[in-house]
Ligand binder design. Structure first.
Ligand code: MF3
Ligand code: CO
Ligand code: CO
Length: 274
């Protein structure tokens, strides 16, 4: 059956090319976000020394299938997996495979699902075995930076306010914000305008309006911010080999503030409860 209105032409575009969705569209994002969060809730038990990242991805693939949903990453620009799993100095887009986790490894698991055409995109940090002290600080700061960025989401604020909240907090802890990757608009598509920068100056950039849907997904390094991409054309690593962490939520701007679509139903998003 063909829809009367093309999904991509819902709502309207701002002068910055950012789509404004209808209030009824929040329910679709909520359902997609919840599934993505449920998948991540199940991951804590799968992360332990001796486990492979490929096995974790296999379980994610099955969970998404069993939920009657689709993985947004399988087939995306030639990517073949239902998750990105980024270990230690891998910043993002780590490819699941034969890599065996060892005690003290930290990893980000990033999952994007499609439910009824809506995209839910979220990632969290996990640890195999015992969490090393300096990794603990990095993970805590990265999580708190994301949540501070989300606190800046309300109509009338700007994207620069979000970036500034994240950058100023991270740098006050003598860590660095990755510049080479950013958050993104999403909704009926995976990646749409705007680029959501995790650094910036207050009052700059596009103004937030109710009905904007986007991700915030800061990557924070213990060392310098520069990254490089490996020969597989996906895996991004820190140039100085320092540890990197990331947290990601999909959010929507409401009339009064923000709705987080990818909240953990089990309350497990924060590192302390993972
Ligand atoms: N989920 C990632 C993001 O946050 C995108 C992964 S694309 C992939 O935008 F192809 F690498 F999976
Ligand atoms: Co994303
Ligand atoms: Co993601």
């Amino acid at each position: 059956m063909e829809r009367a209105v093309k999904d991509e032409s819902r709502g309207r575009l701002t002068k910055d090319g950012i789509r404004i969705y209808d209030s009824a569209d929040f329910a679709g994002m909520h359902a997609a976000g919840r599934l993505a969060a449920e998948v991540l809730d199940a991951m804590a038990d799968l992360v332990f020394p001796g486990q492979t990242t490929g096995e974790i991805d296999r379980v994610i693939t099955k969970m998404v299938e069993d939920a009657g949903a689709k993985s947004a990453t399988i087939g995306y620009k030639g990517y073949k997996h239902a998750s990105c799993i980024s270990v230690n100095h891998v910043v993002c887009h780590g490819i699941p495979g034969d890599k065996v986790l060892k005690d003290g490894d930290i990893l980000n698991i990033d999952v994007t699902v499609i439910v009824d055409g809506w995209f839910g995109d979220t990632s969290r940090m996990y640890v195999a075995g015992k969490l090393p002290r300096k990794a603990e600080r990095l993970i805590e700061v990265t999580h708190d930076a994301l949540m501070l960025g989300i606190e800046a989401v309300k109509p009338g604020n700007t994207f620069g306010d979000i970036g500034h909240a994240i950058q100023s907090f991270v740098e006050s802890h003598r860590m660095s914000v990755v510049r080479d990757f950013c958050g993104h608009g999403l909704g009926r598509v995976f990646h749409a305008p705007p680029n959501v920068l995790h650094y910036g100056r207050p009052g700059t950039g596009a103004v937030l309006e109710p009905g904007m849907f986007f991700t915030i997904e800061p990557m924070v390094n213990l060392g310098r911010p520069e990254t490089k991409t490996l020969a597989d054309d996906w895996t991004a690593v820190t140039r100085d080999k320092s540890l990197s962490a990331q947290y990601e939520h999909s959010v929507g701007v409401t009339e009064t503030g923000v709705e987080i679509f990818t909240l953990s139903p089990a309350g497990k998003f924060h590192p302390t409860y993972g």
